[in-house]
Design a binder for this molecule. Structure first.
Ligand SMILES: O=C([O-])CC(=O)C(=O)O
Ligand SMILES: [Mg+2]
Length: 288
């Protein structure tokens, strides 16, 4: 499937009237599983990118090259549309342009650019924001860099949990005015806050995190939330599974007694083994 048709699917989600949960994806295996299970969209979070690629926490150590390469691997492995958390765009507004170019050619369906000051400033324990003006410049740079007009650019603000809900609304309104395709919020704590945002803006809304008060999907849809993230449980589950199997082996459990391994049928499906066999027959003169 072409990159454009993946982007059009994401655009369709944003323009429809329902709210969807994306699958959390971070590598070729996780995206193929999300695709096979019927998720309409994959979310490639910055936190899981750092963990999967570097084994590091989410402290902006991953490079744009590493992020884009991981996206490229996922684009090859599956055709599920993927929304990429591009953090602050890896620098200033000129770096944001480069980030958009790299993620576009790597096959992202959409990406978010946020106004958090990253990496963290010297001597500051708490997260900080860049100025509204700099945030606007980043959004304009992102839109200007787009080569395929169907690539979805989202303006993201974490102001609700860093400064105030009023600041989040002011920033979101300014980003909306640049022509971005959707608004992505983190740190929204209540229905009242979401309703204030929904009535002050008009673009589709994406929620990066949400307390229990905000988990009824029909209510979210009624407030123009089109995508609601659910964290990144798959990589946590994978980490636990690897820990358990390595512990068992280290303690002397024979490999044949290990529990909860993927069956060869499941592994074969994820590896698209039938396709490889058919191609081997067609191109290598081997039997199907
Ligand atoms: O975008 C998301 O998935 C949430 C986030 O910031 C991260 O996981 O880095
Ligand atoms: Mg992030």
């Amino acid at each position: 499937m072409t990159f454009r048709s993946r982007r059009e699917k994401l655009r369709h989600i944003l323009s429809a009237s329902a709210c969807v949960h994306p699958g959390s994806v971070y590598d070729a295996i996780s995206i193929r599983i999300a695709e096979d299970l019927g998720f309409p969209l994959g979310m490639f979070g910055g936190s899981v990118a750092s963990l999967a690629v570097l084994g590091d926490p989410d402290v902006t150590l991953i490079t744009l090259t590493e992020l884009a390469e991981q996206m490229r691997r996922m684009s090859r492995a599956a055709s599920l549309p993927v929304l990429v958390d591009a953090d602050h765009g890896y620098g200033n507004a000129l770096n944001v342009r480069r980030t958009v170019q790299e993620l576009e050619t790597a096959g992202a369906a959409g990406l978010t650019i946020e106004d958090t000051l990253l990496p963290a400033a010297f001597g500051e324990a708490k997260a900080q924001l860049i100025s509204l003006e700099e945030g606007v410049g980043k959004m304009k740079g992102a839109l200007d860099a787009r080569g395929d007009a169907s690539l979805v650019i989202m303006g993201r603000t974490g102001a609700a949990s860093i400064t105030s809900i009023e600041d989040a609304i002011e920033r979101a309104s300014a980003y909306e005015a640049t022509g971005v395709d959707a608004l992505f919020f983190t740190g929204i704590k209540s229905c009242a806050e979401l309703e204030a945002i929904a009535s002050a803006t008009r673009l589709p809304i994406v929620l990066g995190d949400a307390p229990d008060e905000l988990n009824a999907i029909d209510y979210l849809a009624s407030q123009r939330v089109r995508i609601a993230l659910q964290g990144h449980a798959p990589i946590a589950a994978a980490t636990q599974a690897i820990y358990e199997v390595q512990s068992a082996l280290r303690e002397g459990t024979p490999p044949k007694n290990l529990k909860a391994l993927a069956s060869s049928e499941l592994t074969g499906r994820i590896m698209r083994e039938a396709d490889i066999k058919a191609r081997s027959a067609a191109f290598l003169g081997l039997k199907k």
